[in-house]
Design a protein around this ligand. Structure first.
Ligand SMILES: *Cc1c(COP(=O)(O)O)cnc(C)c1O
Length: 355
């Protein structure tokens, strides 16, 4: 018997997206790094991507890279390493994104002490104001890094969109690309990993406005759910909805749309507001805000609308639905990025890889 709530993960859609990412980035000679944090570094899912030709995997959590240790691909820690995890970093990641000299020096010292090596990508902050050194500090930092033993500086990285919502500009990406030649000539480096951003850089490839210089892109949402944030929709050649939520009806009743009595606060301390639509047909499904980000869900059934819920319940208005629901029926939902992230992280949601 199938158990619910359930997230199904469509292997064929993920495989299609891995191929689409490889093809699109190849137009610019770029290698896609598949980002695995959305699915907590599940090795079975990562293998689907690697089977299509993905050669590099990135995750923000070292715990996830540890799960991926038996997968044959380069592994990159894409969140700046903590001083407290350097032993794990050197053991389980080939490369890490860095912005602090103290951390890079600690990695160097660990490598020297244990006869190991580790590759460093130096993050530049070109406007989004999350991680990275400022461009004016680049030379200074490089001069200090190249004195260190046990580590190898293999490139620069940049990130856009995630904190500041900044879209990469052709000007910024041109400067980013030019640093490759500049640093290679000035310091005799070979920069094989110019990590030019995330899914938000992809549109610059299909619009043919991406300047030379990037060798890698770190692709999370595009490979997983087929989307990017510049234009919003599913990217040409990619598939949306590789991840679908299915939840089971545990109550179906006709009730007034407005609760009865004096309104205080809801389960999350907010004062709820209700539109009076008279009596409505509603169902409750067995999933709650503890497991799922409701706002990024779209019910597949026509005429069905999420009207609210609590930690353990989701309530839907089915008055206008074409389908006739009863207890035990399954409702399916398309999932946006934040709902996939939250749902896969919940121990109360079953997960199943499907063909
Ligand atoms: C999550 C993450 C990505 C992937 O971003 P998408 O927008 O999902 O492609 C890339 N780089 C870093 C540093 C990240 O943390």
């Amino acid at each position: 018997m199938e158990r619910y709530p359930l997230i199904t993960i469509d292997k064929n859609k993920l495989a299609n997206n891995a191929r689409a990412a490889i093809e699109l980035t190849a137009r610019k000679g770029i290698i896609p790094v598949a980002i695995t944090k959305l699915f907590q570094g599940d090795p079975q899912i990562a293998q689907v991507l690697v089977d299509q030709g993905i050669k590099s995997l990135g995750d923000s959590r070292i715990q996830n890279l540890i799960k991926l240790q038996d997968i044959d691909a380069e592994k990159i820690l894409i969140r700046l390493p903590m001083l407290s995890e350097i032993d794990l970093l050197v053991e389980y990641a080939d490369i890490s994104l860095n912005s602090e000299f103290d951390t890079i020096r600690a990695i160097s010292e660990y490598c020297v002490a244990h006869g190991k090596s580790h590759k460093i990508v130096l993050m530049l902050d070109m406007g989004d104001r999350r991680e990275g050194i400022l461009e004016e500090d680049l030379d200074d930092m490089i001069e200090r890094i190249i004195t260190l033993k046990g580590i190898q500086l293999v490139g620069l990285g940049v990130n856009f969109g995630c904190y500041g919502g900044i879209i990469p500009s052709p000007e910024a990406m041109k400067r980013f690309g030019e640093y490759k030649n500049y640093l290679e000539q000035k310091y005799g480096l070979t920069l094989t990993h110019m990590s030019g951003g995330n899914s938000l850089t992809l549109h610059m490839i299909w619009e043919n406005i991406l300047p030379e210089g990037s060798t890698h892109l770190r692709l999370g949402q595009s490979i997983n759910i087929g989307v990017e944030d510049r234009y919003g929709g599913v990217i040409d050649g990619f598939e949306g909805n590789a991840y679908m939520l299915h939840a089971e009806v545990i109550e179906k009743k006709r009730k007034s749309s407005v609760p009865v009595g004096q309104i205080g606060v809801d389960a999350f301390g907010n004062v709820p507001v209700f539109e009076n639509r008279g009596d409505i047909d509603r169902v409750i499904v067995g999933i709650g805000k503890q497991d799922m980000y409701f706002d990024a869900l779209t019910p597949v059934d026509e005429g069905v609308r999420i009207i609210g819920g609590s930690s353990d319940h989701m309530i839907l208005d089915i008055t206008d639905a074409k389908r006739d629901f009863k207890v035990g029926d399954i409702l399916s939902f398309e999932m946006g990025y934040s709902s996939v992230l939250m749902g896969l992280n919940s121990d109360y949601v079953y997960k199943k890889l499907i063909d």
